[in-house]
Write a protein that binds this ligand. Structure first.
Ligand code: ADP
Ligand code: MG
Length: 697
């Protein structure tokens, strides 16, 4: 059994180790850079690098890597051994220069046109705000150095640079905000706690399905008689195999200093969730990437495969990620209403800023939370709708209504006591605010839960958007109020006006009902159903001016990110198409033809020998043949359509064509094959079906 306290952080060169192994003044300088954002003193680099090297070697490291988050979907690493020459001698070398800067020949990462392969110098530069760590895979221990990835001219080529810039923008604007209220804050920062959903499938079965291997989701397949209807997988006792997996996951994460906290079974068969305790600044993004990788690596050890795709199985729930987010100034949580929100003007202004920011940037937030796979979830009754709205709960809604109606709030609903009438069970206090599982942006007591995120997405993008929006709104409020002669009265007016102007985004009801999109449309709230449409928000004048003015992303960098998104979308759907064709040609169609042919022979025998015509058997064959013909014809349609779509050069049009032309053909072919799966004898079916995959042992 793991001793959590000993295991936790054992593979991380964390604050305690820095303190122990660095000179006090070196530690103080580095710690100030990490915590307060003071410029990194390059003079300390050699000492820091040496301490890291000694610690890594003590722990068996033979290699180091600059680890970064390019614009693909997974982190990048390139291992260099510590080996070097000093004169004729072999030495182990790792100094300040190697810690600080790497120059990978990383020309193959997507840049959205920012650089050509021929002109592709790029650097990885140490980001001291995420501690270095070691990781052992197959007995090779590697020192991981979290870095940012930047082009020759300083352009951001990764997901980390904009996140770090957004943190600085929020810090700066937040300090201005706090100053208005008479505080000199040392640091204003977000806290972020992601909850991660995933599926685990048996690896032997996985390897029999090309769609799972190449696309991460099943592109064909029907539900067995029992799916998730009874909700009996949700929070059910966790079976042996999954428990063993979770145990390994927890221990690995703890050793990496990641606070694995909650594990449970989710609603769909094979679906689970792991949540960590929130961390501050940009750390949560790196840690969530490590978590996703750890889930996948560890699954392999248990002969399982971890699917992080948003919709591995049609007709049952898919996976998302909840990004719990709060804004804090030193020890004050600005998103905490405290006991008397009606009097807490700092909180009410923060709330007004969030309401305005979400309303003004709804499509941007929706885009930053998404990826191609999320299109299968948003708007289905398992995930929030594609409409951005804010759930405030009873207490805050009441406060907000008082402000709108009376100019200010004078009271608030308090927590109430629950008496079950069972003396043995004591009275408990219920929070002043209930939860709402259908809202994309829900207030949950002292934080907001942004529930729209795709399960496999890097949370850096959504958090970059949240931090930038918040910084923008703080600055806007400061511009309006900083020099006010009558601060409190003006502040109250500002809060009221902001809330009135943006109250359309507040929705406390059930986001899953059919009436909500109609109501939302009346309110003028955008309902952008697809990722590709949402991506256009990257380059609106509003987004460009907000990101530019806060030095988070330049217009060129935003355009590049948009191009990468279009390109990745097109490539994703193209891979899905090729996979569908492969499965049709080599698995489904041959198997169904063989079945149809056997049925035809059998039918012939039956009618010849018994002189009886089994009408329903004949109809069955007709149905199989009709569906087979239909699928074959659609397959040819798909091939032709692909040729045309692939020829489109302009990336936006290309992505749109994949969305509007190819995706419907794929869905239609699936319709035929799924209808066949329901009537073709199981012994002929060429791939494991959902019923095979859903058995958890
Ligand atoms: P749920 O009921 O949705 O699981 P929890 O209260 O357990 O919610 O918390 C979910 C996540 O929110 C966890 O990662 C938790 O650490 C994080 N969290 C809690 N408080 C805050 C906060 N003030 N700011 C940001 N995240 C927080
Ligand atoms: Mg949650």
């Amino acid at each position: 059994m793991a001793d959590i306290l000993n295991v936790f952080g054992s593979h991380v060169f964390n604050e305690a180790k820095m303190k122990e192994r660095l000179k006090p003044e070196t530690f103080a300088s580095l710690n100030k850079t990490i915590k307060e954002g003071t410029p990194l003193d390059l003079g300390i680099l050699d000492e820091v690098a040496d301490a890291i090297k000694v610690w890594a070697l003590e722990n068996g490291a033979t290699h180091f890597t600059h680890w970064f988050l390019p614009l693909t979907t997974i982190p990048a690493e390139k291992h260099d051994s510590f080996i070097d020459f000093s004169g004729d001698d072999i030495v182990l070398k790792f100094n300040g220069k190697t810690l600080l800067k790497g120059e990978p020949d990383a020309s193959s990462f997507p840049s959205g046109g920012l650089r050509s392969t021929a002109n592709a110098r790029g650097y990885t530069i140490w980001d001291p705000t995420t501690p270095v760590f070691i990781r052992t895979v197959a007995n090779r221990t590697v020192l991981f150095i979290p870095t940012v990835f930047v082009g020759y001219h300083g352009e951001a080529l990764d997901r980390k640079i904009p996140l770090l810039r957004s943190l600085n923008a929020l810090d700066k604007a937040g300090k201005r905000f706090m100053k208005m209220f008479g505080y000199d804050a040392k640091r204003v920062y977000p806290a972020v706690g992601p909850e991660q959903e995933y599926f685990l499938v048996d690896r032997d079965l996985y390897l029999k399905r090309d769609d799972l291997i190449y696309t991460g989701r099943t592109m064909f397949g029907v539900l067995p008689p029992k799916g998730q209807e009874l909700m009996d997988h949700y929070f059910a006792g966790i079976n042996n195999r999954v428990t063993a997996f979770m145990k390994d996951i927890n221990e690995e994460l703890w050793s990496l200093g990641i606070t694995a906290k909650t594990d449970h079974n989710e609603v769909a068969p094979l679906q689970h969730e792991t949540a960590t305790i929130f961390s501050i600044g940009g750390l949560a993004a790196d840690q969530n990437m490590m978590l996703m990788e750890t889930l996948q690596r560890t699954a392999r050890k248990h002969n399982l495969v971890c699917l992080l795709h948003e919709k591995p199985f049609a007709h049952i729930n898919g996976s998302g990620k909840h990004n719990n987010w709060s804004v804090n100034a030193d020890n004050i949580n600005l998103t905490d209403p405290t006991d008397t929100p009606e009097n807490n003007l700092k909180f009410l202004l923060t709330l007004a800023c969030i309401i305005e920011g979400v309303d003004e940037n709804a499509v941007l937030l929706r885009a930053c939370a998404s990826n191609p796979g999320n299109d299968f979830r948003l708007g289905a009754n398992e995930a929030p709708p594609a409409i951005l709205s804010i759930y405030l709960g009873d207490q805050l809604l009441d406060v907000v209504e008082q402000i709108i109606n009376k100019g200010e709030a004078t009271s608030s609903i308090h927590p109430h006591s629950l008496d079950l009438g069972i003396p043995q069970i004591g009275k408990i206090t219920a929070e002043a605010t209930d939860r709402n599982r259908t809202s994309p942006f829900a207030f949950t007591g002292n934080k907001f839960e942004f529930r729209m995120l795709a399960s496999s997405v890097c949370i850096a993008s959504a958090n970059t958007a949240l931090n930038t929006i918040m910084a923008y709104e703080f600055n806007k409020a400061c511009d309006a109020l900083e020099n006010s002669k009558n601060f409190e009265a003006d502040l109250k007016k500002y809060i009221r006006k902001t809330i009135i102007d943006h109250k359309r985004v507040i929705f406390n009801g059930d986001g899953y009902t059919a009436s909500w999109p109609i109501e939302a449309e009346k309110r003028g709230l955008p309902n952008v159903k697809t990722y590709i449409e949402a991506i256009s928000s990257f380059t609106t004048d509003k987004t460009i001016s907000m990101f530019n003015s806060l030095n988070v992303l330049s217009d060129v960098e935003l355009k590049c990110r948009q191009s990468v998104a279009y390109e990745m979308y097109a490539k994703n759907i193209d891979i899905e198409s090729k996979t569908a064709l492969l499965m049709l040609d080599t698995k489904y169609l041959p198997a169904i033809r063989a079945y149809a042919s056997d049925v035809a022979v059998d039918l012939d025998n039956v009618s010849r020998n018994s002189k009886i015509t089994d009408i329903s058997y004949k109809e069955h064959l007709d149905k199989v043949v009709a569906l087979l013909d239909s699928a074959s014809i659609k397959k040819e349609t798909l091939k032709t359509a692909l040729m045309n779509v692939r020829a489109i050069e302009e990336l936006h049009n290309k992505a749109l064509a994949y969305l509007q032309i190819i995706v419907p053909i794929l869905a239609s072919i699936r319709g035929d094959i799924d209808a066949l799966e329901e009537i073709v004898a199981k012994s002929y079916w060429p791939v494991p079906s959902y019923s095979d995959l859903f058995i958890e042992d």
